[in-house]
Design a protein around this ligand. Structure first.
Ligand code: ADP
Ligand code: MG
Length: 868
């Protein structure tokens, strides 16, 4: 058996501590991976698997990546669901005795990514921790390691937990070793990556002491998180995990904020998807989503802030009005708005730069970028202070210009430093006398060579004498063969070439060692000063974070103002009562996809009195879904503080938007659809309040006609009766039979999206008008779609037969007497059915061909009496 080399011994000792991670072991200019790690990652990274000396008589599999471009490789492994432990040399190999000391300096996991190469600047990357009590109570904490954002909450019920997790979509979620099994299952089902973390971290007292250690006892008390013990426990676990993996205290995590879900409009995952807030339904990409339309921010911070606003629409009227006010101010002042946006445009991602400072990973360029961004703050401040009273002006007062930090960086660093510290050139001349002297020795070098060369030529009379440099001999004097007899005595021979010989002199060597050591000393000094600067900057982290947050908010507001003008939106009027009234509303995304002016605007009124449930009928392609979604989007835009696509909007505050889309409209899911649809509908019934808005689009479509119709019918009834007061609902359906409901349900109203039929053609008017439709125009739509006329003719025949049949059946779904216990409804319904049967019989008996106009009129009056 071969002996363990010291290097392998060190490797094993370190690897043992990180069994789950791929160990990146720094050796010279490479990070090397060995054994199973190498075998596993070589194909993933598309690098060659080689082998090194033997261990147990076997070749050691190995592969490596250059240290200076390691980040993209790490990114690939993280995306593949692996963790990476980065092990660095922590002493200078030149001065090390024996084997170089090494240590893992960071562990990169999906939630702990802080490299600009990996992060998407527009979306946050969350590390979450989850605790549970009695399967009903949950604590959730979320940390954004690169920016330092740290929030916690407590959640009641699994549904709410799922909805919050899907809203946050954490990159990694920590659960305790002894967490109930269904928690892990739930995360798996939601395709969320989870990590099982030590049980002790999830103990309340331990977690609390981790937090106190980090923030201090008073600060923690000041965060007002003590009444959320489950959330607090989760927060402690998350922080501990982050600290352990970064091997350091996270300075920039300087505050912990608790939030309550009740403060925000609830949007479950289904609503977010159906409303296409962040991705479209077609291919789940960003184009065509609401965010892609209204995100006109110019900074990465602003973009993340706006995203957060869309995820968490407000419910507090004062806060909404405050944002409206700011948006209006900037919307009306085009000049200032464009000035402001132009200045903001040069502000880099302060949050993430600050994060890098605090994680000690900022490079010289990062700090220059930071300085240049900070230099723009005074302009932003004075611009805001010119505005009238209001939130923006307050931001102006609050905005810290951070000139001291910019000055500090400017004093220390060159304006255009190299990316790394290894060749010097980072620290500005004049910063330190010792450094200046070294630099002048180095730059004097050239002059000195020229002077020495000239002097020696004079002295020796050899006009071709040259001073040169190579790596092996350092500086030398070169004399061609023909002049060798003139070489003075003090020259010492070093190297013989074909045509010349090379010499040194003691003077030359003395000078050489001065220059070379100056070079080395310079790099060491520069590293030291840079490190000091970074340390000094850590003291400013919380001021930087506060400023970054203000900038994010200002940018997001300016973006909403820009959108309001660019897309011609209007400021909504906020109402206290539960009423939604929109005049000439538009669908923000669809209107932009059509030629200017082609979109037909529509009005809508919804309240909890006579306009609570609107049944919207109309043929396929009429524009039903569009109206439903546009109402939901207008409500949502209002509550993020935005203006809305309408001519006028009077809006009460909505606590929750539900959307359910019938199976065949739900393109993205391959799952058994009808079940899901019913399941999702049931959830609404359990959670809706009189402040909610429900959007039901073609519910019941995933099954046979009569089943579907009956279900749709029953759902409408239920929405109407919910908790005795009902819930505001927009119900689009092609079951025109549903219009009958308006006769028996006082808060139901019929609308249809009008179309005109002209000969065989159908013309879509896109206008929502009161009243139901009696006709589905299916054949006309099919003709429009290009179905051959033989098929259409035959279909028309069949339809006619069916329709006759349908009249015999009275055209209504026959209610089945069941034990539902709601006899009153059924009686009303059957009464109505009998009545209509009578009418139908009466009409059947008529023979219009033999009637005089007068007889016809009399008959009509009789029929009318029957239904009064
Ligand atoms: P439905 O749900 O009734 O089948 P959609 O709402 O899906 O119809 O609309 C079908 C298409 O009609 C949309 O993709 C859009 O191109 C167009 N459309 C819908 N509403 C309007 C409108 N108000 N103005 C102009 N075009 C519209
Ligand atoms: Mg539709």
């Amino acid at each position: 058996m071969s002996k363990l080399t010291p290097m392998l011994k060190q490797y094993f000792e370190i690897k043992e501590k990180y069994p789950e991670a791929i160990l990146f072991f720094r050796m010279g200019d490479f990070y090397e991976m060995f054994f199973e790690d190498a075998v596993k990652v070589a194909p993933l990274l598309e690098i060659t698997l080689t082998s090194r000396s033997k261990y147990h008589n076997q070749d050691i599999p190995m592969c490596g990546v250059p240290y200076h471009s390691v980040e993209p490789y790490i990114a690939k492994l993280i995306k593949a669901g692996l963790k990476v432990a980065v092990c660095d040399q922590i002493e200078d190999p030149r001065t090390a005795k024996g084997i170089v000391a090494r240590k893992v300096t960071r562990v990169v996991t999906p939630g702990m990514v802080i490299s600009p190469e990996i992060e998407d600047p527009k979306s946050p990357l969350y590390l979450a921790a989850l605790t549970a009590k009695d399967k009903e109570q949950f604590g959730l904490a979320v940390l954004e390691v690169s920016t330092g954002d740290f929030i916690l909450t407590e959640i009641n019920g699994e549904q709410a937990l799922i909805s919050e997790l899907s809203r946050l979509a954490p990159a990694e979620t920590l659960i305790s070793e002894n967490a109930p099994g269904d928690l892990a299952d739930l995360l798996k089902e939601m395709s969320l990556y989870h990590t099982v973390f030590e049980e002790a971290a999830f103990e309340y007292s331990r977690a609390r002491s981790v937090l106190i250690n980090h923030f201090g006892e008073y600060a923690l008390a000041g965060f007002g998180v003590e009444d959320m013990p489950l959330g607090l426990t989760a927060a402690g676990a998350a922080l501990l995990y982050a600290e352990e993996n970064q091997e350091q205290n996270l300075e920039h995590v300087d505050r912990l904020r608790c939030y309550r879900l009740q403060e925000y409009m609830v949007l479950d995952e289904i609503a977010r998807r159906n409303l296409e807030l962040f991705t479209n339904l077609r291919d789940n990409s960003r184009p065509g989503s609401l965010v892609s339309l209204i995100d006109l921010t110019v900074t990465a911070m602003g973009s993340r802030k706006l995203r957060e606003w869309i995820s968490y629409p407000l419910r507090n009227r004062t806060q909404i009005a405050e944002r409206h006010e700011s948006v209006e101010m900037l919307a009306l002042d085009g000049l200032r708005r464009s000035d402001l946006r132009e200045i903001l445009n040069g502000v880099y991602d302060l949050e993430r730069l600050t994060g890098r400072i605090s994680l000690n990973r900022a490079n010289p360029r990062d700090l220059i970028t930071l300085k240049e961004s900070l230099r723009r703050l005074p302009q932003i401040k004075s611009l805001l202070l010119e505005l009238n009273e209001g939130q923006l002006r307050d931001f102006g007062w609050k905005l810290d210009e951070l000139t001291d930090i910019a000055d500090l960086i400017e004093k220390a660093l060159n304006d255009n430093p190299p990316l790394t510290l290894k060749d010097g050139g980072v620290i500005r001349p004049g910063y330190n006398p010792e450094l200046d002297e070294l630099i002048s020795i180095m730059s004097d070098g050239k002059g000195w060579i020229a002077r020495m060369e000239a002097e020696e030529r004079d002295r020796t009379n050899i006009s071709s004498l040259k001073v040169g440099f190579n790596k092996v001999f350092g500086y030398y004097i070169e004399v061609t063969r023909s002049n060798l007899d003139q070489v003075p005595d003090n020259y010492i021979r070093r190297q013989t070439l074909t045509n010349a010989e090379r010499f040194i002199t003691p003077e030359l060597k003395e000078w050489e060692s001065k220059v070379l050591s100056a070079e080395e000393k310079r790099v060491i000094l520069e590293q030291k000063f840079f490190e000091e600067l970074r340390q000094d900057l850590m003291a400013y982290v919380s001021r930087l974070r506060e400023t970054a947050d203000l900038i994010a908010e200002i940018d997001a507001l300016a973006s909403l103002a820009e959108a309001a003008i660019k897309y011609d939106y209007v400021r909504p009027e906020l109402l206290d009562e539960d009423r939604i009234e929109i005049v000439d509303g538009r669908h923000p995304v669809i209107e932009r996809s059509l030629p200017q002016g082609a979109f037909v605007p529509n009005d809508i009124i919804l309240d909890n009195e006579s306009n609570q449930i609107l049944i919207i009928t109309g043929p396929n392609m009429a524009g039903k879904s569009t109206i439903l979604r546009q109402v939901a989007l207008i409500v949502l835009l209002n509550q993020i503080g935005s203006f809305v696509p309408a001519n006028q909007a009077m809006l009460g505050i909505v606590d929750r938007i539900f959307t359910r889309i019938g199976a065949s409209d739900d393109l993205t899911r391959g799952r058994s659809t009808f079940m899901i649809e019913m399941n999702e509908t049931a959830q609404i019934l359990n959670q809706a309040t009189s402040k909610s808005l429900v959007i039901l689009d073609e519910i019941g479509r995933g099954t046979s006609t009569f089943d579907g119709l009956s279900i749709a019918w029953a759902v409408v009834e239920f929405m109407h009766e919910l908790e005795g007061h009902g819930v505001r609902t927009l119900f689009a359906t092609h079951y025109h039979e549903l219009v009958e409901l308006a006769k028996t349900r006082s808060r139901v109203k019929n609308y249809n999206v009008s179309v005109k039929q002209w000969r065989d053609e159908i013309i879509f008017l896109r206008k929502l008008i009161p009243g139901g439709t009696s006709h589905s125009y299916g054949l006309a739509v099919a003709r429009l779609a290009g179905l051959p006329s033989e098929i259409l003719d035959r279909a028309a025949e069949i339809l006619e037969n069916l329709e006759r049949e349908e009249i015999d059946l009275s055209g209504l779904p026959r209610p089945v007497r069941s034990n539902s216990g709601r006899n009153q409804d059924i009686d009303q319904l059957s009464l109505f059915t009998k009545l209509e049967e009578g009418l139908a019989d009466e009409i059947q008996r008529l023979d219009p061909d033999t009637m005089t106009p007068l007889e016809a009129l009399q008959k009509l009056a009789e029929l009318k009496k029957m239904i009064q």
